[in-house]
Ligand binder design. Structure first.
Ligand code: PMP
Length: 356
């Protein structure tokens, strides 16, 4: 029987997507060739790319004027690419430091210009989202990480300013309805709610590009990727295909609105148990809790072995906290069934009875 997979990423994908993907590796759509042995310029693959792109536009209800790209290099390369494409020469950008990924993003931006850290939650091991900040109007853009995968916090509201808004949505894209017109650039590594690792989704408002005055290396230049329909170089065909399947799965399920409702239910159930159960305490501030990565600790660390044994026996996998923070983290992305969340809750209750 398949394990209850709470891994933070790469992570659970819908079972039917895995099945279709495995079939396509052997024989893609009955053409007697594998998806991964045909040209990326073949009519079959071009159709996959176009379909994936239009599903993104449809599911996120993107306004006109945005391009959708499937790139490589992970969200980590986007830390640099966003700065390359948006930071003016002698420019300045505002960054929210709300976790390890934000810190890595701002480190790359510092290679190209001045970085103003407008707010940070480092003082409390990133367990909250700072609400008190000022964005000056001399910045080229504002950058934030919508969901902090490691610490389990999530922006519920986004800053409003005259500057461009750039968002790393790696761990919560497609999980909740948002007004995308408030963002100028969004990027997300595929390996949470979209597909396997190996491709990065970039959504960018066309009119913001080409204004920095700097020379951008071709592979880092969004305008080049847009002009080549994400095929400036050979795209990661398999991750793009599996992403397309996952997006189709999401559409069939009722889209982002439908999954948001389920995600809220799953998160509410799990957080309610954390708050009720005397053996656990939540890590993140209640109002900033993530609906994707639920972080918690034992009230008595000495019982760790007992709890670890129990969840292992229950067929649960991937709930150990990130190596930098410890504790536990249950990632409950789109493809995580509510039944698996219930198994975790039952295990937590069993644990409470056992150690009480
Ligand atoms: N940003 C966030 C919010 C992430 O969760 C991750 C990876 N877990 C990254 C960036 C880095 O992504 P990648 O490994 O694809 O470079």
């Amino acid at each position: 029987m398949k394990k209850h997979n709470f891994s933070a990423g790469p992570c659970i994908l819908p079972q039917e997507v895995l099945k279709k993907a495995s079939e396509a590796v052997v024989n893609f759509n009955g053409i007697n060739l594998s998806l991964i042995e045909i040209s990326h310029r073949s009519k079959e693959f071009v159709e996959v790319m176009e379909n994936a792109r239009s599903l993104v536009k449809e599911l996120l209800d993107l306004p006109e004027g945005y391009s959708v790209l499937f790139l490589q290099g992970g969200a980590s390369l986007e830390f640099l690419m966003t700065a390359y494409n948006l930071m003016k020469i002698d420019g300045k950008a505002a960054y929210f430091d709300t976790g390890a990924w934000s810190s890595k993003a701002l480190k790359e931006a510092k290679l190209l210009g001045e970085v103003d850290v407008v707010a940070s939650s480092k003082d409390k091991t990133y367990n909250y989202i700072p609400k008190d900040y000022t964005i000056t109007n001399d910045v080229d853009y504002v950058h934030l990480t919508s969901n902090n995968t490691i610490y389990g916090t999530q922006f519920k509201e986004f800053p409003k300013s005259d500057a461009l808004l750039v968002c790393d949505m790696s761990s919560d894209i497609f999980s909740r309805e948002l007004d995308f017109s408030q963002f100028d650039l969004v990027y997300a590594g595929a390996q949470k709610n979209m597909g396997p690792a190996g491709t990065t989704l970039v959504i960018v408002k066309d009119e913001i590009l080409g204004k920095t005055g700097r020379t951008i290396p071709s592979m880092l230049d969004y305008q080049i990727h847009i002009s080549k329909d994400s095929m400036f170089n050979t795209p990661p065909v398999f991750p793009v295909y599996v992403s397309m399947l996952t997006l189709q799965w999401l559409k069939d399920l009722g889209g982002v609105k439908a999954i948001e409702k389920i995600n809220k239910e799953k998160a509410a159930l799990l957080y309610a148990e954390i708050d009720r159960n005397s053996q656990f305490k939540g890590f993140a501030e209640v109002e900033d809790r993530s609906a994707m990565n639920v972080t918690f600790n034992l009230t008595n660390e000495a019982n760790q072995e007992v709890f670890d044994k129990l969840w292992n026996e229950a067929g649960i996998s991937g709930i150990k906290g990130h190596r930098s923070v410890g504790g536990y983290r249950a990632s409950i992305y789109n493809a995580m069934p509510i039944e698996s969340v219930q198994v975790l809750i039952n295990t937590m209750q069993q644990f409470e009875k056992q150690v009480h």
